[in-house]
Ligand binder design. Structure first.
Ligand code: MSP
Length: 515
């Protein structure tokens, strides 16, 4: 089964400091989407990376008494360690300090300059130094930077400019012709108003710092960090180099995933640059909400961050991934709290899923010596369970196509809930007392075992460590053909399979002592 290609990216994060669970959310979400697409037959490519240039990084390095290079090497090693711990399976990790990236940025800059889309001019404007961005008066928010709210200063600089204004009309047409291009619609509306309020040409070089890619024909200037950064999505595919096979295969990106803070860069600057370069635009720019703390948006500069390493140590990867992906509703903000995390673990994972697995396996062991028996014709609640199991893959796929991960998990958990209710309705412990009802008991146990197989396959993109643990207990650790998306038609689990009870999947967390 081959459904075509799927290219998904996360933002490339700033190595100004270690990452927090806000960043982890985006990357884990992209990973779950990539895994789901892979599982359902797409030739998938998943890119993440680090955005290593700019004044912020230069300053962060200085404050630690390091060179920018030493600083980013150390922090980026931490990014990779974190993604490993969170079971993030990216296909490529691009660093903007790599020669393969710099080459493409320089080529693109030169191309736009040669064709007259980049020009040099003297510029006077309001400058936000933390954001490294110039603003015209009309875009300021009560005299402050509209992005970060901090004060701006009047600066005069000789700079290179990208003729972004030239592309405003085509950009609007594109957004209007492709309603799916910017998601969710609230963000699209914001971008449309932003463009309609007037697009200025974009200042694309700086002379105020050195830590960046020099403008190829004028080494006094370094290339503006956002042009440098956005280009990662094609430099990682080898665009414009001798071997551009990945570019040919995977571009345009299917999804650029991010939070709402950087949608404007991705849905205005990036498409305008691509138009100027004569390249295809990404299919979708998708913005999720922010993970908030009661003290506001989690951010390194505010110092109110939650360290994902600590959470993984304490609760395990699958639990953290489940919590993040289930809790953040698609498109809106959500508050992080450890209480909510513990409640999810205890309720959804320990009570609902963990108990379903352990009691089902325990009953097959108790009543049939661990051997799954064949099912007889459905009766009572059987058909309802089977129908729901068979409908769930489609329901999950529909949610995933909308990138609504939380609803996808909710759909899987409806099946978990139905299976738990089925245990109560069928009361195997009563059936077991009556030898005449042996066939009925086999059927109930078969249906439960088969439900576990469905639930595990469907959960695997979200909780990558879960499947191996369940397959061992369900007695099919080496039966790849029973663990794949294509095997999701009811009745594939072979009677005769020998189950074996193992450790509880998600131990309950004692809320009295363990918060
Ligand atoms: N380097 C730029 C991105 C360049 S992409 C070409 C950048 N880096 S960042 O380190 O600041 O990362 C911003 C992104 O991190 C957000 O868009 C989002 O994906 C993620 N998040 C950071 N904090 C977050 C929350 N509190 N909540 C949700 N996502 C968060 O911007």
């Amino acid at each position: 089964m081959h459904k075509g290609k799927f290219y998904i990216t996360t933002p490339i994060y700033y190595p100004s400091d270690n990452l927090h669970i806000g960043h982890a959310y985006t990357t884990v979400a992209a990973d779950a989407i990539a895994r789901f697409k892979k599982m359902t037959g797409y030739d998938t490519r998943f890119l993440t990376g680090s955005d290593e240039h700019g004044q912020k990084i230069e300053r962060a390095a200085k404050s630690k008494g390091m060179t920018p290079g030493q600083h980013v090497d150390r922090i980026v090693a931490g990014f990779k360690l974190l993604w490993g711990r969170l079971e993030v399976e990216y296909d490529d990790f691009i660093r903007t300090t790599e020669p393969r990236h710099k080459k493409v940025v320089v080529t693109l800059f030169q191309k736009l300059y040669d064709q007259g889309d980049i020009y040099k001019a003297s510029y006077e404007g309001w400058y936000c130094s933390p954001c490294e961005a110039f603003w015209v008066e009309s875009k300021l928010d009560q005299g402050a930077c509209p992005d970060c709210g901090r004060p701006v200063e009047m600066l005069q600089e000789e700079s290179y400019f990208f003729r972004m204004s030239k592309y405003a009309g085509r950009l609007l047409e594109h957004i209007e012709a492709h309603p799916e291009f910017i998601q969710p619609p609230s963000r699209r509306n914001e971008m449309v108003s932003f463009i309609k309020s007037g697009l200025e040409d974009l200042c694309v070089s700086r002379t105020t710092f050195n830590w960046g890619i020099p403008v190829p024909f004028d080494h006094k200037h370094v290339i503006y960090v956002w042009i440098d950064a956005l280009t990662n999505y094609i430099s990682a595919l080898g665009y414009g180099t001798e071997d551009d096979s990945l570019y040919k295969k995977y571009w345009p990106a299917d999804v650029h995933l991010m939070a709402k803070d950087i949608v404007r860069f991705h849905s205005i600057i990036w498409p305008a640059l691509l138009m100027a370069a004569g390249l295809e635009l990404p299919r979708q720019v998708v913005a999720h909400g922010w993970l908030m703390l009661e003290s506001g948006k989690m951010s390194k500069s505010k110092g109110n961050v939650v360290d994902p390493h600590v959470l993984v140590d304490k609760y395990g990867v699958d639990a953290i991934r489940y919590y993040l992906l289930r809790e953040l509703p698609f498109g809106s903000d959500s508050y992080y709290s450890e209480d909510a995390l513990v409640e999810r673990i205890n309720k959804d994972l320990a009570n609902d899923l963990g108990n379903l697995v352990s009691r089902s396996i325990a009953m097959v062991e108790k009543y049939f010596g661990g051997i799954v028996q064949p099912a007889a014709a459905p009766e009572g609640p059987d058909q309802e369970l089977i129908d729901l199991a068979e409908q769930t893959p489609l329901a999950v796929e529909e949610c995933m196509d909308r990138l609504d991960l939380s609803s996808a998990l909710a759909a899987i958990w409806r099946l978990v809930g139905r299976a738990n209710k089925y245990v109560d309705e069928s009361a195997p412990w009563t059936l077991a007392k009556d030898p005449a009802r042996r066939d009925r008991l086999s059927t109930v146990m078969y249906n439960l075992s088969e439900s576990l197989r469905f639930i595990t396959i469907l959960s695997s993109p979200f909780m990558p460590l879960l499947p191996a643990r369940v397959w061992t207990q369900l007695g099919i650790p080496d039966r790849h053909e029973l663990q794949i998306w294509e095997s999701l038609s009811w009745g594939k689990l072979p009677p005769g399979t020998v189950v074996k009870r193992g450790e509880g999947l998600f131990p309950r967390i004692d809320t009295g002592t363990n918060k």
